[in-house]
Design a protein around this ligand. Structure first.
Ligand code: AMP
Length: 283
């Protein structure tokens, strides 16, 4: 694996390979890698001649500065994991390299409805920061295939919309990969390593609650299911931000279900100061 810290060096390398007709797959991350990230690398390796991963803890997508300061950094272990997975390129830029003109946000991405709900509502500015870094990274790497995890369901939709807004959808295919879970059902996440041992034993309840929603969605009305889910989360020591049921294709929140439409349950909840998110398709 070759590690690049400078945009210009990475671009020279990539241009050479792209000119030689090699398909490039790209996995953007914020590091503190786990098997969920590696599953994206593996998917890229299956379908591309060259796989690039980036590790960049993007300061402009953190609406809570404490969350940014405490974001786990495990770079040596990340490099070992990527080497083992056969990743070809690691891009490890500095903030200056990504934002040479500073981090102050000037451009506004018109994400419309998508930014008014769920993570958009509870983390103001978050998706603007996500779009900003992704637009920059995609213009640097110019991949043929971009690999994203379904664990961040709304983020996948936002990034798809970004590619449409910027015309990048004409050159980049967005590939959405399944959520990898621990044996007890907890969705793998870099933030899990910050859970106290006590909270780690409580954390799988978030997935159990999603399963309870799935078991009851056919027989209970949606408001009652959501109330029950919030109560279950509170009983298990969580402070829920939201529990919502949405149309899987556009994330419109639904109050009634015809039993046919593809729908998804989405949850965000705190265990002490760690915020976890997860989702499950209900069909
Ligand atoms: P992050 O480092 O959290 O920004 O995540 C980088 C990419 O990995 C994003 O596309 C995430 O959706 C994806 N990802 C994170 N956790 C998982 C998981 N448990 N399973 C699959 N993909 C994941």
């Amino acid at each position: 694996m070759t590690i690049f810290k400078k945009v210009s060096d990475l671009q020279k390398f990539i241009t050479f390979y792209a000119d030689n007709g090699r398909e490039i797959g790209f996995v953007p991350t914020m590091g503190a890698l786990h098997k969920g990230h590696i599953s994206l690398i593996e998917e890229s390796k299956k379908n591309n001649r060259l796989t690039a991963c980036s590790i960049f803890v993007n300061p402009v997508q953190f609406n809570d500065p404490k969350d940014f300061e405490k974001y786990p950094v495990t770079i040596e272990n990340d490099i070992l994991m990527l080497e083992k997975a056969g990743c070809d390129i690691l891009f490890l830029p500095s903030v200056q390299e990504i934002y040479p003109e500073g981090t102050k946000q000037t451009k506004k991405y018109d994400l419309g409805y998508l930014e008014t709900i769920l993570e958009g509502k509870f983390r103001p500015g978050h998706f603007q920061g996500v779009c900003r870094v992704l637009e920059r990274l995609l213009n640097i790497v110019k991949p043929h295939n971009l690999y994203l995890g379904r664990k961040d369901y709304q983020q996948c939709m936002v990034i798809k919309k970004l590619t449409e807004l910027t015309g990048l959808d004409k050159i980049i295919n967005v590939q959405i990969c399944p959520t990898l879970r621990e044996d007890d059902g907890l969705a793998m996440s870099s933030r899990n390593m910050r859970l106290t041992p006590g909270d780690r034993t409580k954390a799988p309840a978030i997935y159990k609650v999603l399963q309870v929603i799935k078991e009851n969605i056919n027989t209970m009305n949606i408001e009652a299911v959501k109330d029950m889910a919030k109560q279950l989360l509170s009983d298990n020591g969580f402070r829920p931000d939201y529990v919502e049921i949405a149309d899987a294709s556009n994330l419109r929140l639904i109050e009634k279900w015809d039993g046919k439409k593809e729908i998804v349950a989405l949850v965000a909840a705190f265990l002490n100061d760690i915020r976890l998110i997860d989702n499950l398709d209900l069909n």
